[in-house]
Design a protein. Structure first.
Length: 475
């Protein structure tokens, strides 16, 4: 958590713990630690011998154990349990195939899931074969040691020791403490489908000179997608769902976006600029409107060079900050606009003492989409015992509170809990004709089965101050 932009790890805090279960695992991690130290020491060093770290049987075994046991099978139909029945022989065979270059990436099985907050729209996901999952996890562990020291402090998505709430905290603190009057709310159009594979390989080669590792990544990019028994290959994009995809997307955006933002802020900006990115979602804050609009225009040109495009309908510059309400009132405009980021609607609010604060509330689309999904699930579970239904809904609420339980979002948490109670009552009353379940009786069940709405996260400035210890995760 201390590996922020411009600031290294505290003395004695290794990126990865070295005290492990077995002697073999300890030695392999020590070797990776040396790779990490070399990568941090020389930002221009290219690594020529990495494949032996990937086909190490201990690392492959750890990758297998880290794979979800109940995950869907890929095109080969291989399951976690079946593969584990002869695990040592399978891992030895996989290691030998990687070593002699006989390993081949399989096409990814495509499935579609509903988009959150967008009824009727589906998001394509890829389900890799089990061995591809194992090798990708091992590859990510090795490549993280090299690229993690390069990634900047305002990048949060799918990185060790970082989370969506840290990105949310950095954004809230940046808007609240810096001179931010305008916010760029941007959306990359179909990022995972449009990134250029040629550029991606070039970016990987900035640090990786081992051609065997580069060819391994190319095998996954070229493996294609199996959809309705037809194999589809493309020169653009990377399939969502694979273990390697988040790292590859971070590498791509590091060179296309992050480094460019860092240079733009230092060389062209005259006022304050903050920037926070989580995977392909990012928000920028500016002191001056002219700079926000110039940044957006130049960003469009930058993206066009690398095959990316901003979504025209979802990218906008909004007036936002501590002076937004006063300035808009003086001009006769309405209240400040809001923007969405990582499932929360951000708006200009005030504390009890009248000070400005960034108010974060559950996005209405997410709230409604979750209730629709729960309605269908409860109908499917309509005739299961009430105790089992209550246990399931309790787990749903606990997960909801753990993510959305940020300060000043209590009313939305209570509203979601109450709406779920009404939904449960509706389903229970349909279990049998003539069922007259009173709300008084239902309220007793809710109090007994449902956890109370709870704010689980501290205020942004409190947590961010502990994590950075004076460093910046916004700049």
């Amino acid at each position: 958590m201390e590996a922020t932009e411009g600031r290294g790890l505290a003395k004695g805090n290794s990126f990865e713990r070295n005290a492990l279960r077995t002697q073999g695992r300890e030695s392999t991690l020590s070797a990776l630690e040396r790779v990490r130290q070399a990568a941090r020491k020389d930002k221009k060093q290219r690594f020529t011998a990495l494949l032996h770290h990937i086909y190490d049987v201990e690392r492959l075994r750890a990758a297998y154990l880290a794979t979800k046991k109940d995950a869907a099978a890929g095109v080969d139909g291989e399951t976690w349990e079946h593969y584990g029945e002869n695990l040592e022989a399978n891992l030895q065979d996989l290691s030998h195939r990687l070593k002699r270059g006989a390993y081949r990436g399989r096409p990814v099985r495509r499935v579609y899931i509903p988009k959150v907050g967008k009824p009727g729209e589906l998001r394509p996901l890829g389900v890799p074969a089990l061995e591809d999952k194992i090798v990708q996890r091992a590859t990510v562990e090795v490549l993280n040691m090299i690229f993690e020291p390069d990634f900047l402090g305002f990048s949060y998505g799918f990185r060790p020791g970082r989370s969506p709430h840290q990105a949310l905290d950095a954004l809230a603190v940046g808007i609240g403490t810096r001179k931010v009057n305008w916010v760029l709310d941007a959306d990359i159009r179909k990022f995972y489908d449009t990134l250029d594979q040629g550029w991606l390989v070039k970016f990987v080669e900035h640090r990786i000179a081992d051609r065997r590792v580069v060819r391994l990544i190319q095998k996954w990019l070229k493996a294609g997608v199996l959809e309705e028994s037809k194999r589809v290959q493309s020169e653009t994009g990377t399939v969502q769902g694979g273990s390697i995809s988040p790292l590859l997307s971070n590498i791509y955006l590091h060179y296309v976006l992050d480094l460019w933002v860092q240079r733009w802020r230092k060389r062209q900006a005259h006022g304050e600029v903050i920037f926070v990115r989580f995977a392909d979602d990012f928000v920028a804050g500016f002191e001056h409107r002219q700079e926000a609009e110039r940044f957006l225009a130049e960003l469009r040109e930058r993206f066009a060079r690398f095959g990316l495009q901003l979504h025209a309908d979802k990218t906008r510059v909004v007036e936002f900050g501590r002076y937004a309400e006063k300035n808009r009132r003086n001009r006769g405009d309405g209240p400040p606009e809001t923007f969405n980021f990582l499932g929360f609607t951000h708006s200009c609010g005030k504390t009890r003492k009248g000070h400005f604060t960034v108010l974060r509330q559950t996005m209405r689309q997410r709230w409604q989409a979750k209730l629709r999904a729960l309605k269908e699930e409860l109908r499917r579970r309509m005739h299961t015992p009430i105790r089992e239904q209550g246990a399931y809904l309790r787990s749903v609420l606990l997960g909801h509170f753990r993510y959305y339980g940020v300060p000043m979002n209590g009313p939305a948490l209570c509203a979601f809990r109450r709406a779920l109670g009404f939904l449960w009552r509706t389903v229970l009353r349909r279990r049998s004709p003539g069922n007259h379940l009173t709300w008084q009786r239902m309220s007793c069940w809710i109090r007994r089965r449902f956890p109370p709405a709870k704010v689980c996260h501290p205020y942004p400035l409190v947590r961010l101050g502990v994590l950075t210890q004076g460093g910046s995760r916004m700049r």
